[in-house]
Write a protein that binds this ligand. Structure first.
Ligand SMILES: Cc1cc2nc3c(=O)[nH]c(=O)nc-3n(C[C@H](O)[C@H](O)[C@H](O)COP(=O)(O)OP(=O)(O)OC[C@H]3O[C@@H](n4cnc5c(N)ncnc54)[C@H](O)[C@@H]3O)c2cc1C
Length: 280
């Protein structure tokens, strides 16, 4: 059985990591402890990040907002800063698990799990979030899209933790959209999700757009070609239907116990059509 260690400062964390080579960090444990219970080999030491104040704050910087990695989804949802600047993230976290999971889990844990169905990932991709990685040796910063390499795989190095998620405040988008389709209304893992940021001018023409689908590929799926197709044109049902057809030709969805590739392809297109408020 693993021993659980609870550092109260980053200095103490680095020391505990050095003294316990076979270790894993965790925040809420809603992914890691579930996997260990299901048979994943447990390390000798489990180091809890939940009492590190540095990782528990949401801070407004001049050009960015920084979220500590151990911030819970419930904490993000309660933050007026996030609600005002990044409604797309707010909307996605409203649908993550249950109230219990949203109080226990963490944003950093959701990123580190790097699940194709991780609810925070599509919004963080369209917001062009960066991750800050910290170790006893120093700090480095990477774009989230470069940090996640595949299901359960990231660029984190031995001895590093994910310390902060940093989201630029600019550019501002007038429309934030997130929708997730699951197998049931509540406590559902995404079968497909879509996060979108876009601006419309007075003629309803798309002047900027970013799209990211979750649960469609091994990691978040982006389609610059579909974005280009919508750019500079009115966001009509006809245009969105044509964009959905283009998307369906371009993607190679995953198949798993929740859904097959064909169903996912159809849902991914249908979610795109819902960018038109008349289709909701
Ligand atoms: C019943 C249930 C329902 C769920 N529903 C959803 C859902 O709808 N959507 C969804 O996206 N997820 C869901 N999850 C998965 C999980 O709750 C989330 O991914 C959650 O955000 C994980 O956060 P955590 O702090 O509990 O992660 P932990 O279990 O603490 O950690 C997960 C992984 O990340 C690593 N880690 C954690 N924090 C750090 C850090 N700061 N630096 C480096 N490594 C770190 C750990 O070593 C571990 O490998 C569900 C889980 C359960 C049990």
């Amino acid at each position: 059985m693993s021993k659980v260690l609870i550092p109260r400062s980053l200095e103490q964390l680095w020391q505990l990591q050095a003294e316990n080579k076979d270790n894993a960090v965790f925040a809420g444990g809603t992914d890691l402890l579930v996997k260990i219970r299901a048979g994943k080999p447990a390390p000798k030491a489990l180091i809890c990040l939940d009492r590190l104040d540095e990782l528990k704050t949401i801070t407004e910087l001049p050009y960015e907002i920084a979220l500590g990695a151990a911030v819970t989804p419930a904490q993000v949802l309660a933050s007026p800063l996030i609600k005002n600047h990044f409604p797309v993230l707010n909307e996605a976290l409203r649908h993550l698990g249950s109230p219990h999971i949203r109080n226990m889990g963490s944003l950093g844990g959701n990123i580190m799990t790097a699940s194709p169905a991780g609810d925070s990932l599509p919004p963080l991709y369209v917001l062009q979030a960066a991750v800050e990685l910290q170790s006893a040796a120093g700090t480095r910063k990477l774009q989230l899209k470069d940090f996640i390499r595949g299901p359960g795989q990231t660029q984190i190095l031995q001895g590093e933790i994910l310390s902060r998620i940093i989201i630029p405040k600019e550019p501002v988008f007038s429309h934030h959209f997130f929708e997730k389709v699951g197998l049931r209304q509540a406590l559902a893992i995404a079968v497909v999700s879509l996060a979108a940021l876009y601006n419309l001018d007075s003629k309803q023409t798309v002047s900027a757009i970013r799209l990211a689908w979750g649960s469609l590929g091994p990691t978040v799926v982006v389609q610059p070609e579909v974005e280009q197709f919508l750019l500079g044109k009115p966001l009509t049902t006809t245009r969105l239907t044509a964009a959905a057809d283009l998307l369906k030709q371009r993607i190679e969805p995953i198949s798993d116990i929740r859904a097959g590739a064909d169903y996912r392809r159809r849902v991914a297109g249908n979610l795109l059509k819902r960018l038109n408020p008349n289709e909701r």
